[in-house]
Design a protein around this ligand. Sequence first.
Ligand code: PEP
Ligand code: MN
Length: 344
Amino acid sequence: MLIVMEHFATPEQVEAVCERVRSLGLTPQPIPGGDRVAIGVLGNQGWVDETPFRDLPGIRDFIHVTKPYKLVSRDFHPADTAVHVGDVRFGWTEPPVVIAGPCAVESEEQVWAAARAAKEAGARVLRGGAFKPRTGPHSFQGLGYEGLRMLAQAARDVGLPVVTEVMRIDQLERVAELADCLQIGARNMQNFDLLKEAGRTGKPVLLKRGMSATLDEFLAAAEYILLEGNDQVILCERGIRTFERALRNTLDLAVVPYLRTVTHLPVIVDPSHALGRRDLVPPLAKAALVVGACGVMIEIHPDPCRALCDGPQSLGLDAFRVLMEELRGVKDLRGSRGSLQGRT
Ligand code: PEP
Ligand code: MN
C-alpha cells in the first residue's frame, strides 16, 4: 500500500504515519515527491487495512498496490536509478552503454583479443561467461574459475569493468571478488535463493529476462534483489519464446518503452541471444537504442566460426567495429540523452 500525504502535511504527521506502520509490524518507506510525500508500506503478505490510519491527520489517500513488486516500481520510487558498473553508469537519462565480449571465455588469447577490440571500438563494459548454462549437458560448460581469472585479467589489461554470469550461490563470493557486475541468466531468473544472495553481495546485478517470463514475473524477480537493500539492478531483455521458430527467440522491444513507465531501473537489450544470427544483430541493436534502451549487450569473438559457444550469433571483431560506428549515429526517440557513452 502507498499512503499519500496532503501537500500541507508536516514532517511530524509523516513520522506519525511511519510510526503507526511500524506498530503493525510493517516497514514504512517515505518517498518524497515534487509537492507531497507518499509512504510506501512494505512487508505485508496481503491487503493492508486502512482502519488503523483513519485517525491520523495529514493523509490524503490510500493506494493499494496489487502488483507482486513495489521497490522496483515508479510508484514507490519515481526518480530514475543509475546503476554504476565500475565507472560506467546505466540509466534512463544516461547516454546508452555498449557491453561486448565473447559468449564464453575459451582461452587467454581469445578473451584478450575480444577485450581489446571491445575497448578500442568504444564498448564500456566487457562481458564473458566462465560458468555457462547450456541447454545440452554435452556442450562446452565454460572454463569455470580459470575462465573467470582470464576474464578479469583481460578486463584489467584493457581497462574495462566486467560482467559475468554466476549460476550458483556457492560461486557468488569468488565471482563478486573479480567481477564488477553479476549476471543472472535467463534460466536462473526465478532462482529466488540466488537472487537474494546476489542482492546481499551489494554488487550490481544484470538480470536477464527468463525466456518465458512475463514482465510482472521479471520485475518480481528484480524485487528480490532490491529487498536485500541493493537497488543496483540492470534489467536485460534477451528475447522470449513464442510460437515463432524462425529465429532463436522473439525480441520483445516493446518492453523498453513499457518498462520505462513502470520501473526506475535501467533496461538494456541483448539482441545476440534473441536472434541467434549475427547478420541480424546490427539492425536490432540499433532499433534497441532507437526505442530508448539504456544499453545493448553484444557477443563478439575473434573467430566466430570456431567459437565453442554461440558462434552463429557472435560478431567478428571487424563487424563489431562497424556496428559501433553505426550505433554512434543512432538517436533515440527521446533525443535527449546524447550519443553513446564513452564515445571517442
Ligand atoms: C549469456 O549471456 O551468455 C547467456 C547465457 O544469456 P541468457 O541467460 O540470456 O541465455
Ligand atoms: Mn551466449
